[in-house]
Design a protein around this ligand. Structure first.
Ligand SMILES: *Cc1c(COP(=O)(O)O)cnc(C)c1O
Length: 367
């Protein structure tokens, strides 16, 4: 079965092998060496001054950023489930927030952020997804971050890059916290989250807040090459392997391959009459809006060995999402669009002509 869900993504064999070695103790010179090496690789990937690794899924890192980096009031951009999650975290901690809501197919606008910041001087932190995975939408985060800093230099910009880091280049010059997680573009099992931090964010953390997700406590320890509590040793060893592979292939190459795969996929889908859902699609995934989404997904799974993700809430049964993150072979991505064309023919919508595979291959290999 081809796992083509936008998280979890397949874990490469070499990474599984690296994680299969004997467990080592986390308070040892051997592990500290691996930890510090991984930390340096991570900082290079994130292009941030500081980096933290936390034993939690991505949501833990989102929570840590809300509690440690918002001191007064948050501005939350909500164009899907993950934007909504920032809001729910604020509510859980009684943190005051203002929400900017958009339809799930519509990117946020920098002008709206500027207006909100000017109106409400209490806001000290902005929370936004780079790719909002619910609808496969790319927010113009770099533009939003720059505009926010234009209003107030000391504003903290927190970007959830869980489906953007390792997918596409991100200009981090105005971003203060960049969140990612293990099970998406970093091709690891779930359970490790990572946060890149700017100098401004590090200053703002101060003594930190909370206990397990106290960033000050983690920063102090992680700079020394260890973690405040037991490190997720196996996942960190896996991350080291993934990052060293990305470095040896060249991060630019990974970005380029991902972009080409996602563009070729979308052209192939359009060529067989399908509609891409978001107005500004992210490179990480392709989301298709279609009334037959569930029928198509079921056929893909039972007849063609392809596992795609569906939609949530109002998009349940009307959306399917195809992953582009990670080291994906073009022949696998080509099979996915071909299988979708076969499924459309199975339900009598079109005649199968091999059009999707033709368009994908032409775009991927011949352009
Ligand atoms: C997957 C994801 C998360 C985090 O989800 P976890 O299940 O906690 O790992 C957060 N934001 C985005 C955009 C995601 O795609």
């Amino acid at each position: 079965m081809l796992l083509f869900t936008p998280g979890p993504t397949p874990v490469p064999e070499s990474v599984r092998a690296a994680m299969a070695k004997e467990t080592i103790h986390h308070r040892t010179p051997e592990f500290t060496e691996i930890f510090l090496d991984t930390r340096n690789r991570l900082k290079r990937l994130l292009k941030m001054q500081e980096a933290l690794m936390i034993a939690s899924t991505g949501t833990g890192a989102m929570e840590a950023c809300v509690t440690n980096l918002c001191k007064k009031k948050a501005l939350v951009i909500n164009a899907g489930k993950f934007g909504e999650r920032f809001k729910k975290i604020c509510e859980a901690f009684g943190i005051d927030y203002l929400e900017l809501r958009y339809d799930w197919d519509t990117p946020a606008e920098a002008a709206d952020v500027v207006e909100a910041l000017k109106k409400d001087p209490d806001i000290d932190a902005v929370f936004v997804q780079i790719c909002e995975s619910s609808g496969g939408l790319r927010h113009p985060v770099e533009e939003i971050a720059k505009a926010a800093k234009g209003v107030k230099e000391e504003i903290t910009v927190v970007a959830d890059g869980i489906t953007a880091v390792g997918v596409e280049p991100i200009d981090t010059s105005n971003i203060d916290a960049l969140i990612t997680g293990s099970q998406k573009a970093l091709m690891l099992p779930p359970g490790l989250s990572m946060i890149g931090l700017s100098d401004l964010a590090v200053d703002k953390i101060g003594k930190g807040r909370g206990f397990y997700l106290n960033m000050a406590a983690e920063l102090k320890k992680q700079r020394e090459g260890t973690t405040a509590y037991t490190a997720a040793t196996t996942l960190i060893i896996g991350l080291n392997e993934v990052l060293s592979q990305i470095e040896s292939m060249g991060i630019e190459q990974l970005y380029e391959d991902t972009k080409k795969r996602s563009e070729a996929t979308r052209e192939a889908l359009k060529a067989i009459g399908l509609n891409i859902y978001p107005k500004s699609p992210a490179a990480a995934m392709s989301a298709v809006i279609d009334e037959d989404a569930e029928k198509i997904r079921k056929l893909l799974k039972t007849r063609y060995d392809v596992n795609l993700a569906g939609g949530q809430e109002s998009l349940k049964g009307r959306l399917f999402r195809i992953n582009h993150m990670g080291f994906i072979k073009p022949y696998e991505a080509c099979w996915v669009v071909n299988a979708i064309e076969l499924a459309l023919a199975d339900i009598g919508r079109i005649t199968y002509r091999g059009k999707a595979a033709e368009v994908f291959s032409g775009r991927y290999f011949q352009d």
